[in-house]
Design a protein around this ligand. Structure first.
Ligand SMILES: [Zn+2]
Length: 128
């Protein structure tokens, strides 16, 4: 009879179980999302003078999104090329077309020629 503990003690949930790939906490995803937005802002700002630098920002954002498993916001998905990772500015290095028959917006990267199709969401764009 050496144990002086009567009753049962509830174990504190201080240790988080890590089995496989644990989901990242919400605050971290928020933080990463914020960083991605900042990177895209910087990409937009440096595009005019240093387009190759804005590609760097895009790649940094891509790396963050894969590492932390954070999905890009819709509006950002359209602003870079999935193939060559160029930051895309319609009118400068990208062509944007609406295709009513496919109910999609096509975005052509003029750097590598890659065409991305983005199905319509809520907003409608009627300009050519
Ligand atoms: Zn491209």
């Amino acid at each position: 009879m050496a144990s002086p503990e009567p009753g049962t003690r509830k174990p504190k949930p201080s240790k988080t179980k890590t089995r496989g790939s644990s989901p990242k906490p919400a605050w971290q995803r928020e933080m990463v999302m914020e960083r991605i937005r900042i990177l895209f802002n910087q990409a937009g700002e440096s595009f005019r003078d240093h387009p190759e630098r804005s590609r760097r920002y895009v790649e940094m954002a891509l790396r963050l999104s894969t590492r932390y498993n954070v999905r890009f916001p819709h509006e950002l998905k359209r602003s870079f090329c999935r193939k060559c990772h160029s930051f895309l500015v319609p009118g400068a290095n990208a062509k944007i077309r609406t295709s009513p028959s496919q109910r999609a917006v096509t975005l052509t990267c003029m750097e590598c020629g890659h065409v991305a199709r983005h199905p319509y969401r809520k907003e409608k764009k009627s300009d050519n």
